[in-house]
Design a protein around this ligand. Structure first.
Ligand SMILES: C[S@@+](CC[C@H](N)C(=O)[O-])C[C@H]1O[C@@H](n2cnc3c(N)ncnc32)[C@H](O)[C@@H]1O
Length: 267
């Protein structure tokens, strides 16, 4: 089995996170010479695209909690521009001085932090006055036609792999625009604006369920902690969700939309 982080990079990034990053970067608009933090960088899809945009005079830091993600990130090449510093750390307690960055980007990370409000306060603290925060979070699960059909059975099956029911739907936990706005404003960020952008994702149907969960284990390692329990979990999800998955499958591909909110704000 490929490592979860390698699977995340080879499967999730091209299908989901690179297409989403185009919308995020269009709103973030990194400029030459800027200092940019890619918070919860994963395998670094944002950081690698920002490096040429800020150029050799700029600074790019990719920070993530999981060493496996950073190991996968640091294997990939950056064609030119700012060198990228890969930093292991927790988004809720950042080890950077106040005002260290002109731009903080957090693509699909905030909803996984144990205390997202603390992380937003940290973003504000490490931004220079007037610096920008750009934060993407999937909309709530009822806006995700395939995942909402699969959620009830997934949540029932979570205990068998030693995970919490809420782990199945964690990606969608901060999908309410009002809640996201209130969190940013409570941290003292201003000019908060939230737009919706949708990625049309497309995966091979063969092995769809297993591959999804191996890649998701890059974020939620408990999914694959026990290989036998994981195999049984995959078989049960495949059985329970066959009809739902089939309804999104054509020509050997599973295709469905994934809508996201992208918030922009200033320190
Ligand atoms: C869905 S991935 C998004 C990764 C990346 N931003 C992208 O667009 O591909 C969520 C990331 O949040 C990271 N993460 C979870 N909790 C974290 C924390 N407390 N501090 C920093 N990173 C965290 C995970 O390790 C994972 O890489």
């Amino acid at each position: 089995m490929p490592s979860p982080a390698d699977m995340y990079e080879s499967m999730f990034v091209p299908a989901i996170f690179r297409p989403l990053s185009r919308h995020v970067l269009a709103l973030a608009a990194p400029r030459l010479g800027e200092r940019v933090l890619d918070l919860a960088c994963g395998t670094g899809i944002i950081a690698r695209q920002v490096a040429p945009l800020v150029g050799g005079e700029g600074r790019v830091v990719g920070l993530d909690l999981r060493p496996g993600m950073l190991a996968a990130a640091s294997k990939l090449t950056v064609p030119y521009g700012a060198p990228i510093e890969w930093v292991e750390g927790d988004a809720t307690t950042l080890d950077f001085a106040p005002g260290s960055f002109d731009l903080v980007i957090c693509q699909q990370g905030l909803q996984f932090f144990p205390d997202p409000a603390a992380a937003v306060a940290e973003m504000k603290r490490v931004l220079a006055p007037g610096g920008r925060a750009v934060i993407a979070c999937w909309r709530t699960i009822e806006h995700h036609p395939l995942w909402s059909k699969m959620a009830a059975s997934e949540m029932r099956l979570m205990a068998a792999i030693g995970a919490n029911a809420s782990d199945a739907v964690a990606p969608f936990a901060l999908g309410d625009a009002g809640e996201l706005r209130a969190m940013l404003e409570a941290a003292g960020l201003r000019d908060v604006a939230i737009v919706e952008r949708t990625v049309e994702v497309d995966f091979p149907a063969d092995g769809f369920v297993r591959d999804q969960y191996v890649a998701y284990a890059a974020v939620m390692p408990q999914f694959v902690a026990d290989p036998a329990a994981f195999d049984a979990f995959v078989a049960a999800v495949e059985r329970d969700s066959k009809e739902a998955i089939d309804s999104f499958t054509a020509d050997g591909r599973v295709r469905f939309p994934m809508p996201s909110h992208i918030a922009t704000a200033r320190a």
